[in-house]
Design a protein around this ligand. Structure first.
Ligand SMILES: Cc1cc2nc3c(=O)[nH]c(=O)nc-3n(C[C@H](O)[C@H](O)[C@H](O)COP(=O)(O)OP(=O)(O)OC[C@H]3O[C@@H](n4cnc5c(N)ncnc54)[C@H](O)[C@@H]3O)c2cc1C
Length: 473
């Protein structure tokens, strides 16, 4: 049996490529190919044998009130909320099958507490949708697992932050408890608590299932009259100039027909920049590799809460009787050539980048040192300059909305953001104060500056471990 630390070192030394000049720079850029075959923790995916080549799963309508592009977390949440708010003449176009982009391999962690009241409300809404609303509406279980969440404080400042989070949570009715190291050990016997100041335990945190969530969302949306069409890549976006010189969305083009519409919602994940180019709209996000590994079985881990150790920048997600180990990488790898063929695909894991998570994880749960790795999951994710999503109507083209750039939180923020986006489209503004996510927060001198976007997004992703109260922007 290959144990975590030794297995990693063996793989690391065997596959590590010779250092190229590029590797020596601080922000490396790999033009990575997807791996040919990958063992992932899911028994099957939504991908079918015939794939995208079989043509659209439904005929395209001639017109729609809104067209949502992308069948991942954000696209499915947005069409569900549009339909629920009464806009039912809406179409979702997915180039492959639902979840094929980033969503299918997400870790799916949902923490309810963040240091912003708006974000706490967004997260609470996602949790309501996937744990209650969808089940009531469709009779289907989304796959939500409520195993709780545990934030680790290994210094006093971090514990103080968690105490403030607990106070904020009280306002919103979110149950949480600050635990001493001894209480933490009682809750999580496999945890090393010797270096802990304390923890914050949130019993109703949990884990979302990507396939179950997206299938149920689209089932509920179509029951209200929305149309979901897979195997249908968008190839162009028509824009017209109105009588007073304002640019407006006119239609969405595909190889299988054109849909006239005054409203397009770009939920195309790391591909959103390409969709933006079709409408001559800047979408300032960067695609980078983001990863976790899945361990072999760990005796005694069943039913444990998910763990987030901000100081070590690592999370431990319960995966049945094993753990997924991941976190925000130091020096994450750019995906420069975002491929349209990339569906249900993964990259090879770069152990050089990932290794820091192993150290943090083994320190927190020492049993991991004697545990093998079952599979690695490394996929593309979008990152932005201030580590916040890109939402709302773009200043360049009226009727062209963004719902992308989710910085590895697109599952947990999906429900709240899908609802705000739907409100924005229907009522002309979001219900909550979404300025921090609004694309208009960036001056066009910044969205035009590719180098700034690239370097700042990389830096923000790297610095996320320090992020709680101390925002990096
Ligand atoms: C390893 C990893 C772990 C993660 N863990 C978590 C976590 O624990 N919790 C969390 O909240 N988030 C997590 N995330 C982030 C989360 O998974 C993403 O933020 C989220 O899935 C993004 O959803 P999306 O809908 O924006 O993009 P995607 O899922 O990529 O969806 C975009 C869709 O657009 C489609 N598309 C692209 N081009 C076109 C076109 N021309 N026409 C039609 N369709 C098109 C794609 O096929 C794709 O299906 C993780 C991400 C990774 C990589």
């Amino acid at each position: 049996m290959a144990f975590l630390r030794s297995a990693v070192w063996r793989v690391f030394s065997a596959v590590r490529p010779p250092l190229s000049p590029l590797c020596r720079t601080s922000t490396r850029s790999y033009s990575s190919e997807p791996t040919k075959e990958k063992s992932v923790p899911y028994e099957k995916t939504l991908k079918q044998e015939d794939g995208a080549s079989s043509g659209p799963t439904k005929p395209l309508p001639r017109s729609a009130d809104a067209v949502v592009i992308g069948g991942g977390s954000l696209g499915c949440q947005t069409i569900y909320h549009l339909a629920k708010m009464g806009m039912t003449n809406v179409v979702l176009l997915e180039r492959d099958r639902l979840t094929a982009g980033t969503t299918w391999h997400t870790a799916g962690l949902l923490w309810q507490l963040r240091p912003s009241d708006v974000e706490v409300e967004l997260l609470a809404h996602t949790r309501n949708v996937i744990s209650k609303d969808l089940e009531e509406e469709t009779g289907l279980h989304t796959g939500w697992i409520q195993n709780g969440g545990l934030f680790i404080a290994s210094n006093k400042q971090r514990l103080d932050e968690y105490k403030r989070l607990m106070s904020l949570g009280k306002v919103y009715g979110i149950e949480s408890h600050v635990l001493s190291p001894a209480e933490t050990k009682d809750l999580y016997p496999l945890m090393n608590v010797d270096d802990l100041y304390g923890t914050l335990y949130v019993p109703k945190d949990g884990t979302m299932d990507p396939a179950g969530t997206c299938t149920t969302l689209t089932r509920a949306a179509t029951a209200r009259g929305a149309t979901v069409i897979e195997n249908c890549p968008v190839t162009g976006i028509q824009v017209r100039t109105d009588d007073i010189g304002v640019k407006r969305v006119k239609a969405v083009e595909t190889q299988h027909g054109t849909i006239e519409t005054p409203c397009v919602v770009n939920c195309a994940g790391v591909w959103a920049t390409k969709l933006g180019e079709m409408a001559r709209v800047k979408v300032p996000l960067i695609a980078m590799h983001h990863a976790y590994v899945v361990t072999e079985r760990i005796e005694g881990i069943q039913n444990m809460p998910n763990v987030r150790d901000h100081d070590a920048s690592v999370y431990l997600r319960l995966q049945g009787d094993a753990l997924s180990v991941g976190g925000y990488e130091r020096n994450p790898i750019f995906w420069d050539e975002v491929s349209d063929k990339f569906a249900f695909s993964l990259f090879d894991l770069d152990w050089d980048v990932f290794m820091q998570h192993i150290e943090g994880a083994v320190n927190r749960v020492p049993a991991l040192e004697q545990t093998g790795i079952k599979s690695t999951v490394c996929g593309p994710e979008s990152f932005t300059a201030d580590h916040k999503p890109l939402m709302g109507e773009t200043p360049e083209v009226r009727g062209f909305f963004l719902g992308c750039g989710f910085n590895s939180a697109g599952m947990m923020l999906g429900g709240g953001c899908g609802r705000e986006l739907a409100h924005w489209i229907i009522h002309g503004r979001p219900e909550k104060d979404m300025y921090g996510y609004d694309i208009r927060r960036f001056h066009n001198s910044l969205t035009d500056n590719k180098r700034w976007i690239r370097e700042r997004s990389h830096e923000s992703a790297e610095m996320i471990k320090e992020l709680l109260y101390e925002q990096v922007v």
